[in-house]
Design a protein around this ligand. Structure first.
Ligand code: GLC
Ligand code: CA
Length: 573
């Protein structure tokens, strides 16, 4: 039995986040409490017992701050308040308190590479001579061009969700930078006042009881020196490549850590870092440098594309995926720490993407994908609905898509002459909307998400795939996630064991060992929809191995069923 101390959700022992499992909530789609069709904070509080039953240690809330909602809250107009869509500050205080009572910590999303264009800082910055002018990046029109006319943007760089990173403001006749969209102007972190305003805001949240921060695109805060000194950005997507991982990134993160007391207070910190290499991640997460606990890499979720463009689809053979994760395990083995994820609010559903979401294989492929991920070394992240195998949505027409990223892609691709079938194929595979359909709680109308009209349609498969059905069935994906989470909590080898990938070229089997002293775990997973033979002699001796967790408990021997996985404890020699 756990001691009461373990249920003190507000206590933060040293390195507690290394044994934690984090659950991400996208509030808009989690649970509506007032019938307006939009998930909200009281809705989350009403589901805390479910999350406690699952066994997770931490909730990460995607943004609930005041926001015009151009990018569903990743455009913040007031960092110190909750958007009325989601409730009130008092509701959030109550959620934090109720989570802590259940031994669950709460991590806030922190979006400080940019604000909303409605944020008072930006409103002031728009005034040409204002004291906050340089809190953002302003540039004159391209030489020889009339400001505000087509082609007069300072350079040809493209925003992530818009044709240009530059937006014209007639008030001054200048342009401002928005790497994502014109509704999300980039803050200028070169200004000490900007940094200190952000740190003060973070301290305010820590004082309110939050246990850490997930930092949105945090490796974009230090911009390249050439850009700072006024040079144009290269054409093509500002895509993060040329803007990410600037020379002052480590300095800013270390300063933030010091000024907010991130390490001193044992807060969980995870930096979202598109374009970060292992080398950057190693630096940022090396405990000696006191920057962040861990980062979200994008490498493994960029393997099924070409040209650094998520819409340019490519097949993904298993060896590439497992070798990439292994590469990160090796890269951060000596210093630093990994985060482990497939799913979040920006990615299509893992079971549809890396597994097989057919009726025949959905359950076992969701379980086996989870087994593999959760048995790696690092902190696993579960995204709402992943724990019972939610799938991509059947979105078959452009009109079905709501997300700013998808709509911008569809418009630009159509203008460039890409055939509609191809656009729809890319969207069906990669759109962020797949992750954003409402959580399927039960069989009731709208899957129990709302009594009103949901802001986004519920996936019609909710009658078969829902949390209630999964909770009742011990063989469900939900039951499997519970067992994986428990195993991490109880087994030190799962938390700290050294990782070695076996059979790196095998195109069906994902298999590896974890070892700590003389204790060894072996994971064998068939990541395919056909049976797989264990190659004789290629794996450690399985005589006397003990099955800790499997998808097909009655099976043994040298053939794995489709999507079968086993976690074995090997006998010590
Ligand atoms: C991050 C968020 C994404 C958002 C973008 C801009 O990638 O996860 O949802 O659109 O940053 O804030
Ligand atoms: Ca609501």
């Amino acid at each position: 039995m756990s001691s009461p101390a373990e249920f003190d959700g507000a206590a933060r022992p040293d390195l507690w986040w290394r044994s934690a499992v984090v659950y991400q909530i996208y509030p808009r789609s989690f649970q509506d409490s007032n019938g307006d069709g939009i998930g909200d904070i009281p809705g989350i509080t009403s589901r805390l017992d479910y999350l406690a039953e699952l066994g997770v240690d931490v909730l990460w809330l995607s943004p609930v701050y005041s926001s015009p909602q151009v990018d569903n809250g990743y455009d913040i107009s007031d960092y110190h308040d909750v958007d009325p869509l989601f409730g009130t500050l008092a509701d959030l205080d109550e959620l934090i308190a109720q989570a802590h009572t259940r031994g669950i910590k709460v991590v806030m999303d922190l979006v400080v590479n940019h604000t909303s264009d409605q944020h008072p800082w930006f409103v002031e910055s728009r005034q040409p001579g204002s004291a906050k002018r340089d809190w953002y990046f302003w540039r004159p029109a391209r030489p020889g061009h009339e400001p505000g006319t087509p082609g007069a943007e300072p350079d040809d760089s493209q925003a992530a969700f818009a044709p240009s990173t530059w937006t014209y403001d007639p008030r001054s006749g200048e342009y401002y930078l928005g790497i994502f969209s014109s509704a999300q102007p980039d803050l200028n972190w070169e200004m000490p006042e900007v940094r200190h305003a952000v740190y003060a805001m973070m301290r305010w949240w820590v004082d309110r009881g939050v246990d850490g921060f997930r930092m949105d695109v945090i490796n974009l805060i230090s911009k390249p020196p050439a850009f700072i000194s006024g040079e144009p950005l290269d054409p093509g997507s500002a895509g993060l490549g040329q803007i990410a991982n600037g020379p002052r990134l480590d300095e800013f993160l270390a300063e933030m850590n010091r000024e907010v007391g991130l390490d001193v207070q044992n807060l969980l910190t995870v930096g979202e870092m598109p374009g970060a290499t292992i080398e950057v991640a190693r630096r940022v997460t090396d405990p000696a440098r006191r920057e962040l606990n861990m980062v979200f890499t994008f490498e493994h979720v960029s393997l099924d594309q070409v040209d650094w463009n998520k819409w340019h689809l490519a097949d993904l053979p298993l060896p590439r995926l497992k070798q990439n994760l292994a590469h990160w395990q090796d890269g951060l083995a000596q210093a630093g720490w990994n985060s482990l994820y497939y799913d979040n609010h920006d990615q299509p559903r893992a079971v549809s993407r890396f597994g097989d979401d057919s009726a025949e294989h959905r359950v076992n492929s969701a379980k086996t994908l989870a087994t593999v991920l959760h048995l790696h070394k690092g902190t696993p992240y579960v995204y709402q609905g992943e724990e019972f195998g939610m799938t991509n949505a059947p979105l078959t027409q452009i009109e079905h898509y709501l997300d700013v990223e998808s709509l911008n892609y569809a418009t630009q691709a159509a203008a460039a002459g890409v055939p509609e079938e191809q656009i729809l194929r890319s969207l069906a595979r990669k759109a962020r909307d797949h992750a954003r359909t409402p959580v399927q709680w039960d069989q009731s109308p709208h899957a129990g998400f709302t009594t009103g009209v949901p802001w986004m349609g519920v996936n019609p498969n909710y009658r078969q795939i829902n949390a209630e059905a999964a909770r009742r069935d011990p063989d469900s994906v939900f039951g499997h996630f519970q067992r994986l989470i428990r195993l991490r909590h109880t087994d030190e080898v799962v938390r700290e064991g050294h990782f070695v990938l076996l059979l790196p070229e095998h195109d069906q089997l994902w298999t590896f060992t974890r070892s700590l002293g003389d204790r060894v775990l072996l994971v064998i997973a068939n990541c395919s929809s056909t049976p797989a033979e264990l190659p004789p002699g290629a794996l450690p001796n399985l005589d006397q191995a003990m099955l800790l967790l499997g998808t097909h408990p009655d099976s043994a021997g040298g053939t794995l069923a489709p999507w079968e996985s086993r976690v074995l404890r090997l006998a010590a020699d």
